[in-house]
Design a protein around this ligand. Sequence first.
Ligand SMILES: [Zn+2]
Ligand SMILES: [Zn+2]
Length: 356
Amino acid sequence: MRSMQIINWGKPLELREMETPIPKGSEVLIQVEACGVCHSDLHIRSGFFDLGKGEKFPIEERGVFTPFTMGHEPVGTVVATGQSSDEGIIGKSFTIYPWISCDKCEPCLNGYTQVCDSPNIIGTRVDGAYSDYVIVPDKKYLFDYSGINMDLACTLACSGLTTFSALRKIQPEFLGSQDCVLIIGAGGLGLTAICLLKSMSKARIIVSDISGEHRRIAKDLGANYCIDPGDSNSIENLQAYAHHNNGKGIAATLDLVGLPETMKFGLSNLRKGGHHVHVGLFGGAHTISLPPLAFRMIKISGSYVGSLREFKELIDLIKSGIKLPIPITQRPLKEASFALDDLEAGNVIGRIVLKP
Ligand SMILES: [Zn+2]
Ligand SMILES: [Zn+2]
């Protein structure tokens, strides 16, 4: 099989040929038809996450070493199964839940399988789908996506699931038309969040993004109000919008960027009792004044991808007719490195999907 691999951290990926794996036990071998490119792949390629204040978290401390194949948003057809799997699924195409967990540790037993202590996540811990084949450990991670466009089905496993799970945390069904939700960042995650939130809530949607093009698309997808956080009067305008027509201010913020600046922006704009959900992995560190956290009764949560059950719920929601018209660009697998470069340079609208 052919894989685009990280050979040296921080360097362009290289095309390598190797033996196609043979599935054992409950495993299934998937012939990859498409694989989404994710912003977190940029961090993996670089070899570290930025913890701020000069501190880095090296990927190798997770036990991940080069050569490594990324790709955690695959869709593909089952071409072989292990002895204890189900031969009946051979020839069928599925979207794949990549956040593989041990199902035995404390987080797993508490339902937080996505933060398992011993995970085998496809494309971030074990070799992924920047390849023409990938192994999935069990058929329970395969989901039928009939009725959903294949390229969109890829992105559901990460950007779709991440935003869905983050939105669930703010309980959008209890928000009304006088409540506002501020979405920070209108990349692939932000655009997905707008579409999902519209179907889950009556809340007004405000989007903050430094890119005029991203704001324009956010507006097209249904954001009620968009602001450029770089404008000197952005906070004033944001609060004026959030309070006009008996508006009750910003009930929740979704930080899909994850920089110190975006966290500060989100927290300072929340109303009392509001909920800030931190999702983006750009990195850095932010200092918080402590008394206002109590005085304003602010809630801060972290949210990381989503559970297997949430993935099923999300797919059912999309199958029920929720539209996610996120711009998706197809690129050949061998252009994976260029695709990552474009993403890093901020030149990507929506998502990229690689085709082997
Ligand atoms: Zn991802
Ligand atoms: Zn576990």
